[in-house]
Design a protein around this ligand. Structure first.
Ligand code: SF4
Length: 249
């Protein structure tokens, strides 16, 4: 029995005592196999989260996405090699129960690291409470340089707090490259990266019509950004491929 299997067997017992149904154990075991067999083609799944894509029970294309769709997106990203989930978040976390559920799924099922880029000037006590419910060692918070001071409480609590915009705008990004990630916008469209989000010649498909593996293995799709537009701008804020390069320094 592999170490992962032993870990999940132990977890099964704990969950069983807590009254979890057996079907959940089965799903967890299936997911652990996904993580073990992942080919490691990408490292990061980067999602843009706004009111547009979370709060709904609708499943149809072009409509808001529901939690099951997002959990499947995470499963698929793991099978493509992702070990980081990074969320660019435009609305308060305490209004985003589904987002937190996704993060828990990523951390508890796959031991994924979760990074939040919080696009705002400060953070409320309610949001801090929500973040505290996640695994501290697998959670990192990023904010704009100018807002850093207003988030220092997170650091005092022992959480990782970093800068989402480490490089000045205008120069060539010092990033690991777009091929390390998949970017999904708030309508489920997949793009090469955040810099080219919304540009139709960089749209790789949607989460409804294509598997991540299919996208990664298709050489006809753009897996990098053309030199002439390859300059840091707001679209690169919170980009895991950029942040990790700076964190490694
Ligand atoms: S968003 Fe910017 S930093 Fe990230 S991969 Fe694209 S070009 Fe590089």
């Amino acid at each position: 029995m592999s170490q992962t299997e032993q870990k999940f067997k132990k977890q099964d017992l704990t969950l069983e005592l807590l009254g979890f149904p057996k079907t959940i154990f089965k799903k967890i075991r299936e997911c652990s196999k996904i993580a073990e067999s992942a080919p490691k083609d990408i490292s990061y799944l980067w999602l843009k989260v706004s009111e547009k894509n979370i709060k709904s029970n609708e499943k149809k294309q072009g409509e808001k996405l529901n939690i099951d769709v997002w959990l499947n997106v995470i499963d698929e990203a793991v099978s493509a090699g992702a070990n980081w989930l990074v969320l660019t978040i435009h609305i308060p976390l305490d209004q985003m129960e589904e987002v937190i559920e996704m993060c828990r799924w990523a951390q508890n099922t796959y031991t994924m690291r979760v990074g939040f880029f919080l696009c705002r000037e400060d953070i409320s006590e309610n949001e801090i409470r929500v973040i505290s419910g996640l695994k501290k060692d697998l959670t990192q918070i990023f904010v704009k340089k100018k807002a850093l001071e207003h988030f220092k409480k997170l650091k005092e609590m022992g959480l990782f707090l970093g800068i989402a915009d480490p490089q000045e705008y205008g120069n060539k990004p010092n990033c690991e490259g777009a091929s390390k990630l998949l970017y999904v916008d708030n309508e489920g469209s997949i793009y090469t990266c955040g810099l080219v989000s919304g540009m139709k010649n960089y749209k790789l498909g949607t989460i409804y019509e294509k598997k991540f593996q299919e996208i990664i293995k298709d050489p006809s799709l753009p897996h990098s950004v053309e030199e002439k537009i390859h300059k840091v701008n707001e679209g690169c804020d919170g980009c895991p491929s950029l942040l990790m390069k700076y964190l490694k320094k």
